[in-house]
Design a binder for this molecule. Sequence first.
Ligand code: CP
Length: 299
Amino acid sequence: MKNILSMSQLSNQEVQDFITSALEFKKGRKSTIGKDKFAVNMFFENSTRTKSSFQVAEMKLGMQQIVFDAAKSSTTKGESLYDTARTLESVGANLAVIRHSEDEYYNQLLNRNLGIPIINAGDGAGQHPSQSLLDLMTIYEHYGRLDGLKVAIIGDLSHSRVAHSDAEILTQLGSSVYFGGLNSWYTSEFQAMGPHKAVDDLCREMDVVMLLRVQHERLSTEENQNFSKEDYFEKYGLDMRRVNLMKKDAMIMHPAPVNRGVEIADEIVECDKSYIFKQMINGTFIRMAMIESVLKENN
Ligand code: CP
């Protein structure tokens, strides 16, 4: 495929192909498909994991990088996203990895003269395909399948591109999704995909319990003023009592960044059931698979 923008564009076979390729990279397969090619990572929102793992993935594939700092770029002088991307293509970029606060920002770039592929590293509250694929890879490594599983997504659903991406693709793959957290975050799009349950019940019944951070940067002033960390943790947070309710083989996942003591207790982040740092390890390999795929297609 030319671009990777949304999980909704991927078939089940394409998801499986990305996971197979990423697992090969994890086992040591080498590829120099990126040799003599330049990547530009255009992050208009902050990132630790996604940006650094795209950087490492590009380097492992032999690519070079054009340094781009959104805060110091000419976008601050009013240059559009399209003109910025066209400029970076003109100076030599062969791939643009873009994170932006606007939902579906990529529509500004499609069907124009941009000649390089785009990988979406997160658009607003829309989609986060590389996170979703690494989540699927991590689940697949543990269970050996992606169908017939029960997966709970608990937290700030409505603002979460991870919740949107994962809920959609897990449903497409034949797993069942359930939701937890504030009722006001359980909007109609999630209601159409699966039921909302109390966190204790989700812990007892699920194969995967995925926690999400509360995205204070996307909440209103009033919502932030009314938010109590202690109250949230008591009602929806994952603590040892709730972990002890979980099935023996169940996985705890979180896309991170984690707010310890809010959606998850400090001692749970690295407990035996937690796959949070394993997800990050897989992130580099899945991003290698994604980059290799778009470079092959655009060669
Ligand atoms: N999970 C994730 O997207 O983390 P970053 O915001 O640090 O990239």
